[in-house]
Design a protein around this ligand. Structure first.
Ligand code: DX5
Ligand code: ZN
Length: 224
């Protein structure tokens, strides 16, 4: 059976009480935190950068999965690594020299991921798949939390899982956007093994219970 990872996205958390929100998901068994970095250029929204990640790092030993939705990520890879990111994922659409960028993330001692927007075909990964630790399939257009899961992504996830299998390497297949107890089971059946969830976890009154609800939906017999 696949090992599943839930990566709660802090974007939807209450920033006045990050500590307790992080503790709630950790106590529910979560091992990753997803950190959405937005620059107002690559995506039409601005979120946070290395200083916030650095503060989060000081308060937790969770695996920090940083998703850079920024132009020119090469300029700040070092800062995001120094802030404490364990995984740094860049967008294929934002990197002119993706191979060099992935190599640089590895040089900095982090795991490296590549993300694809909904309109970017999987074929753009053919020559880089052998080098990455994670593929992130966006299941909404990046920029905002709380959007609706794009159903057509399911076929893309299936196809990506096949591409990954053909490499014979372990590569995480992460999905991001609109993941909740209704959409997650289909994404997992299609081959996803890392589920990013913001709204469905942190916009609930009890984020720990929300993690449990997601896990329950994933282990229910009808999805196997
Ligand atoms: C979207 C971000 C997501 C977002 C997911 O641009 O990459 O990680 O926080 O949020 P929900 O789960 O609310 O769709
Ligand atoms: Zn994200």
């Amino acid at each position: 059976m696949q090992t599943l990872t839930i990566a709660p996205s802090l974007l939807a958390a209450d920033f006045r009480r990050l500590d307790s929100q992080i503790k709630a998901v950790k106590d529910a068994g979560v091992q990753w935190l997803h950190l959405d970095v937005m620059d107002g250029h690559f995506v039409p929204n601005i979120s946070f950068g290395p200083p916030v990640i650095s503060s989060v790092r000081k308060g937790t030993d969770l695996f920090l999965d940083t998703h850079l939705m920024i132009e020119n990520p090469d300029l700040s890879l070092e800062a995001f690594r120094e802030a404490g990111s364990d995984m740094i994922t860049v967008h294929q659409e934002a990197c002119r020299h993706l191979h060099r960028t992935i190599a640089r993330i590895h040089e900095l001692g982090a795991k490296a991921g590549v993300a694809l927007n909904p309109a970017t075909p999987l074929s753009t990964l053919t020559d880089i798949l052998g080098d990455v630790d994670l593929v992130l399939i966006m299941t909404v257009n990046p920029g905002f939390g709380g959007q609706k899961f794009i159903e057509r992504s399911i076929d893309k996830i299936k196809e990506c899982r096949e591409m990954i299998a053909s490499t014979k390497r372990h590569i995480f297949l992460e999905v991001d956007g609109g993941i909740d107890p209704l959409t997650a089971p289909n994404a997992v059946r299609a081959g996803a093994d890392v589920l990013v969830a913001g709204t469905s976890i942190f916009r609930e009154s009890d984020p720990g219970k929300a993690v449990q609800r997601l896990l329950t939906a994933l282990s229910s017999p009808q999805i196997r």
